[in-house]
Design a protein around this ligand. Structure first.
Ligand code: 5GP
Length: 192
């Protein structure tokens, strides 16, 4: 639990961790879930460079490594992790703000970060999104035109490692059809 408890007893469901390998469809799922005005998605900090179309402060807060390390030193993150050579982190203030505004906040974060949040905030609901099988995963990764072959292969290996962690989550949702996966998650979160 965080020192100055930011989620009170009985508030399970306010903070939602969503993880899943690249290609699991978690970004599309989060996009649909956040159409509900009560649901917000946390904007993470990262040292990765923006991809085409990504906007600073909206998709991520893009910062360099020294800025990231300064935020670590200042204890600004509830969690942070390295993913494929870049640092990603969630700020504590984002979570506090969402709780104060009575919002449901989604953290779309990797498994290493998720385990840190599950440990600090057991009230959080954790959901792991998976693909029906490896073929679907490979196909989806290849169809993402934003990454080159070496990145795709690296992400496939990382995806397989990440799947090992799914047992630590409250729920595992298979994203075969996007609409069905979203409905299942809305059911878990008890939102329309
Ligand atoms: P991408 O580079 O494809 O946007 O994200 C790579 C991975 O980093 C994804 O699994 C994504 O969920 C994860 N990620 C994004 N933001 C955070 C964060 O704040 N913390 C952690 N631990 N992982 C994050």
């Amino acid at each position: 639990m965080l020192e100055d408890s930011i989620i009170g007893e009985g508030e399970k469901g306010k903070l939602v961790i969503i993880s899943g390998p690249s290609g699991s469809g978690k970004t599309s799922i989060c996009k649909i879930l956040t159409k509900n005005p009560k649901v917000k998605q946390s904007v993470s900090y990262t040292t990765r460079k923006p991809r085409d179309g990504e906007r600073d402060g909206i998709d991520y807060c893009f910062i360099d490594k020294s800025e990231f390390e300064k935020l670590i030193e200042e204890d600004k993150f509830i969690e942070y992790a390295e993913y494929c050579g870049y640092l990603y982190g969630t700020s504590i203030s984002t979570i506090k703000e969402a709780i104060e505004n009575d919002e449901i906040l989604i953290l779309a974060i990797d498994v290493k970060g998720a385990l840190q949040v599950i440990d600090k905030m057991p009230e959080a609901i954790s959901i792991f999104i998976n693909t029906p099988d490896d073929e679907t995963l490979k196909h989806r990764l290849k169809n993402r035109l934003t990454d080159d072959d070496s990145v795709i292969n690296e992400r496939f290996v990382v995806a397989k490692e990440e799947m090992e962690y799914s047992k630590h989550y409250d729920y595992c949702v298979i994203n075969d059809r996007l609409d069905d996966a979203v409905k299942e998650i809305e059911g878990i979160l008890n939102i329309p």
